[in-house]
Design a protein around this ligand. Structure first.
Ligand SMILES: [Fe+2]
Ligand SMILES: [Fe+2]
Length: 474
């Protein structure tokens, strides 16, 4: 089989001149397409979708818009431009030139990190594969598909690193990325949140708001890596991640606006009445937020982690905005507060900073998430509604780390099991919430029209007019 590499795989890694890489991709690409056919967006194969394709890393080239079939999407391989004389900016190798090839002693650690990141990309496509059947508008359908093809491209980005830098075991890992399945009992995806179903659009918007933002923070930490190809790959992926979070934040924002409008018109905040009027009551939005936040906070890993210390000391994974932090960037004597249970209360306790790096990244993530929730509350305020959303406490509903063993309310109060059982129906989505949200789901396919439970967006994608056909259905 021959592939015209320059046009079918846009890239800035000299694919045309790298025979070994070409051979590896020749083998992998048909398998990727098989995976896409089996596990990619259901029912999408005959649709033309108004998608953004990255064709180069220059500002003019990474957002090229056109109607395309997703299967023909040009999944490209891009690294952010190389910085001259970049150094390792933290850990034991601080000040040494950044590595262009994998250091032998860190090979398996680096491979593991790349595989773990890579695994999340196809996982989210699998989680979202049925949502196309119930999109609240063509605009939203297009946004879902955009996320899906870009997660596919992120998989390509990680597979490029595996093929280019890890020889045979890299090729085997690249195949395994296409074999695991989200939610599969025998061969699940690596991380917990990526095995949870994304059954409805409220979940989808919460996922892109909460979990794609975890992606942002993991990528930011990898963008600091001393292994330069990984740093440059992560930096380019971040340009796409921003759009995914926009879809989540604006999606929830539009749900809030629509519900607020109906609350005002009918002068009610009664959830049952609002549900009869076909909009999502705000306590249900809060319970979904609680769920997605707690699942996502677990993705950062255990509060104290010797792996995190190793990744940092080796120069493989830095902190968020590492080079903007003013300290010694070695952290051997530094401390950082983590939560511990002391006499039945959560108490911040100083721990070795190197071991607490997961916790620090989680805190940076929380700060960013707070900003988004604040913007939602501004919308509610301006809409004249008293209800405010809030982030659950970071110890709420945790399944990983020392906090997994304690019951904590969304406001941060340590509870007995009995108290938890009383409160949990107010804090996490109930079966009836999920089934109600399911009743709202139904495809709206006329350009410029939106489901009753969501407001129209403020502006179109790429400044397209309100009645633009973002997706041409068969
Ligand atoms: Fe991604
Ligand atoms: Fe993403």
């Amino acid at each position: 089989m021959s592939i015209d590499y320059t046009s079918s795989i846009p890239n800035n890694v000299d694919l045309a001149g790298d025979r070994t890489l070409q051979r590896a991709l020749e083998h992998w690409q048909p398998r990727f397409l098989n995976w896409w056919d089996d596990m990619g967006p259901d029912g999408s194969s005959t649709r033309d979708v108004y998608l953004r394709t990255a064709v180069s890393v220059e500002p003019s080239g990474w957002a090229h818009f056109d109607h395309v079939r997703m299967r023909d999407y040009r999944w490209g391989i891009f690294l952010a431009p190389q910085e001259a004389e970049r150094q390792v900016n933290f850990g034991d190798h601080l000040g040494e030139p950044a590595w262009q090839e994998v250091p032998g002693e860190y090979r398996s650690t680096l491979r593991r990190i790349i595989v773990t990141q890579g695994d999340t990309e196809p996982a989210s496509v699998e989680q979202q594969r049925h949502l196309g059947a119930t999109a609240p508008s063509l605009y939203d359908l297009r946004n879902l598909y955009q996320v899906n093809v870009e997660e596919g491209r992120h998989l390509w980005a990680m597979v490029y690193l595996l093929h280019r830098h890890f020889g045979r075991d890299g090729r085997e890992e690249a195949e395994a990325l296409l074999e695991r399945r989200s939610g599969d009992a025998d061969n699940p995806r690596i991380l917990g949140a990526f095995n949870e179903p994304t059954p409805d659009w409220l979940s989808f918007f919460m996922f892109t708001f909460c979990t794609d933002r975890d992606g942002k923070f993991q990528l930011c930490a990898l963008a600091e890596s001393g292994f330069d190809p990984l740093a440059r790959t992560a930096r380019f992926m971040l340009t796409e991640e921003a759009h995914h979070m926009f879809i989540g934040e604006s999606g929830i924002g539009r749900i809030l606006l629509r519900t607020a409008e109906v609350m005002r018109t009918h002068a009610t905040d009664d959830p049952a009445t609002l549900r009869r009027l076909g909009v999502i009551d705000l306590p249900t939005v809060q319970r979904y937020l609680n769920f997605h936040m707690s699942v996502t906070l677990d993705l950062f890993g255990s509060d104290l982690s010797s792996n995190a210390a190793t990744f940092y000391s080796c120069g493989i994974k830095g902190r968020f905005a590492e080079t903007r932090i003013e300290d010694d960037h070695r952290l051997r004597d530094a401390t950082y507060p983590v939560l511990q249970i002391v006499d039945g209360a959560l108490v911040p306790t100083q721990a070795p900073c190197l071991n607490a790096l997961n916790e620090q990244l989680r805190d940076d993530y929380l700060k960013d998430t707070h900003g988004g929730v604040g913007r939602w509350n501004k919308l509610l305020e301006r809409a004249g509604v008293d209800f405010r959303l809030s982030l659950p406490h970071k110890a709420f509903n945790r399944k990983i780390g020392p906090l997994a063993g304690v019951r904590v309310s969304p406001s941060g109060q340590v509870l007995s099991e009995a108290q938890w059982q009383v409160g949990v129906a107010d804090w996490l989505p109930r079966e009836e919430d999920r089934s109600f949200v399911r009743t709202l789901m139904g495809a709206v396919t006329e350009p410029g029209h939106y489901a009753n439970w969501i407001a129209s967006p403020k502006a179109g994608i790429n400044q397209m007019p309100a009645d633009f056909a973002y997706v041409r259905l068969d």
